[in-house]
Design a protein around this ligand. Structure first.
Ligand SMILES: [Zn+2]
Length: 281
């Protein structure tokens, strides 16, 4: 389980027009970047994707697992945000430090309670990176007018700060306040400066976004870097292999060593356990 040291705040403006969610994800992003050995531009994109997936889950589907997948010609990044707050990710890029967003796409998936997936995909716009892509996704795939930004400040291999926000026009709201809010958020299209301030937090970002605008704070949730892999899940995954593949593994007679791609945890599966799978099938 993750140590949850980051948080997500929700608020609603008192005119009933907007839902606002802000997140501080510094240690979540830092943990995932370390686990994947990401650096350079890849680390920045990966951080934004992780924060974006958290913001999407918190606003659209708090009880569902949300995955954001960035596909580029050089590789892919995956962010995986669990309803418990645990968040993990995968970096598959070659070369590992650089990832060009030209020709890239963003896929967002949520797992529905019956196991089905709801998903959509958008291209990455020419400017604005993953934040602009997620904004376009909200509009086209979810039909929810949203303004948002994520940022990841990386100093060599160390994440200085990461976070973001999403402001959504509520469906029953009058459209009149929209122009005012859009004008206000012009100053928040890029939030590097806000993240660089000492004492950056989800609360500070919320106060700044809604400065002088009456709002009510709603619930708060915690997030952190964490993986939900387990020995049981490893066995369950092995059980989906064909009988022939399992027989091959058993015939080696050796303990099978499997490590989790997300967090690096090592699992050892004894040949007897594999033989057990053959008997169960
Ligand atoms: Zn794991």
């Amino acid at each position: 389980m993750a140590t949850m040291s980051d948080n997500v705040l929700r608020a609603i403006t008192d005119d009933g027009a907007f839902r606002v969610v802000t997140a501080q994800t510094t240690s979540t992003v830092g943990g995932a970047i370390r686990a994947q050995g990401a650096h350079g531009r890849v680390a920045g994109h990966f951080g934004d994707l992780l924060t974006g997936s958290i913001l999407f889950r918190e606003t659209m589907a708090p009880q569902l697992r949300v995955q954001g997948i960035l596909k580029t010609p050089q590789g892919s990044l995956v962010a995986d945000s669990h309803p418990s707050g645990d968040t993990r990710g995968l970096v598959q890029a070659d070369p590992p430090a650089d990832l060009d967003l030209r020709g890239a796409s963003l896929r967002v998936m949520r797992s529905l309670p019956d196991g089905r997936l709801s998903q959509g995909v958008v291209g990455i716009p020419e400017s604005g990176g993953i934040s602009a892509a997620l904004m376009a996704y909200m509009q086209t795939s979810e039909q929810v007018f949203s303004m948002l930004a994520m940022s990841t400040l990386v100093d060599i291999d160390h994440v200085v700060a990461a976070g973001g926000y999403m402001v959504q026009l509520l469906p029953e709201a009058d459209h009149a306040p929209l122009a005012v809010m859009a004008k206000r958020l012009k100053a928040f299209e890029v939030i590097d400066e806000q993240l660089r301030r000492p004492g950056f937090s989800a609360a500070a970002l919320l106060e700044e976004l809604l400065d002088g605008m009456p709002f009510t704070r709603l619930e708060e949730s915690e997030v952190g870097f964490g993986c939900w892999c387990s020995h049981v899940r490893v066995i369950a995954a092995l059980a989906t292999l064909s009988r022939r593949d399992i027989e091959d593994l058993v015939s080696d007679g050796e303990v099978l060593e499997i490590s989790c791609d997300y967090c690096g945890a090592e699992y050892r599966v004894a040949p007897e356990r594999l033989r057990g799978l053959l008997e169960e099938s």
